[in-house]
Design a protein around this ligand. Structure first.
Ligand code: SF4
Ligand code: SF4
Length: 134
């Protein structure tokens, strides 16, 4: 995919919002890939964590379509590995927040089977509400 990089994209609303919400500086990431190499759930992500940051750095709105931002478990493994001190889970949280603010809902309560709701620990349900709903 060929992308045109421009100043307006690097200073786009997406970049500003993610940096504001996360308190992180997107351009601090130098794409070394250590976060992706150590992420325990990377195998089920459609995009590696370092790729998510790259897209966010470039203001590419498509990053909000990635399942990676929802799968990230905030386990902090990447934070311990990052040589630049980037707090990637905070950025993932910021991207989820931007996505939810745009009206996306990732958890439809009515679609959950009642037997599953009965079996799930309450903590998991409340955690799910917090992560996947506005
Ligand atoms: S480990 Fe840090 S610097 Fe390296 S790609 Fe991941 S976030 Fe960027
Ligand atoms: S915090 Fe998220 S991106 Fe980082 S290693 Fe854990 S699951 Fe992967």
């Amino acid at each position: 995919m060929r992308e045109i990089i421009s100043a307006s994209r690097i200073h786009s609303d997406l970049v500003r919002n993610v940096e504001e919400i996360s308190g992180e500086h997107l351009l601090a990431c130098n794409q070394c890939g250590k976060c992706s190499a150590g992420c325990p759930v990377a195998s089920v992500m459609d995009m590696l964590p370092s790729q998510v940051i790259r897209m966010a750095q470039l203001g590419m709105e498509d990053v909000l379509e990635s399942n990676t931002i929802w799968i990230c478990a905030s386990c902090l493994t990447c934070v311990t590995r990052c040589p630049k001190g980037v707090n990637l889970p905070r950025m993932m949280e910021a991207l989820r927040e931007v996505s939810l603010r745009s009206g996306v809902t990732k958890l439809d309560l009515d679609s959950l089977p009642p037997e599953l709701v009965r079996e799930l620990p309450q903590l998991a349900i409340v955690g799910g509400f917090r992560k996947y709903m506005k």
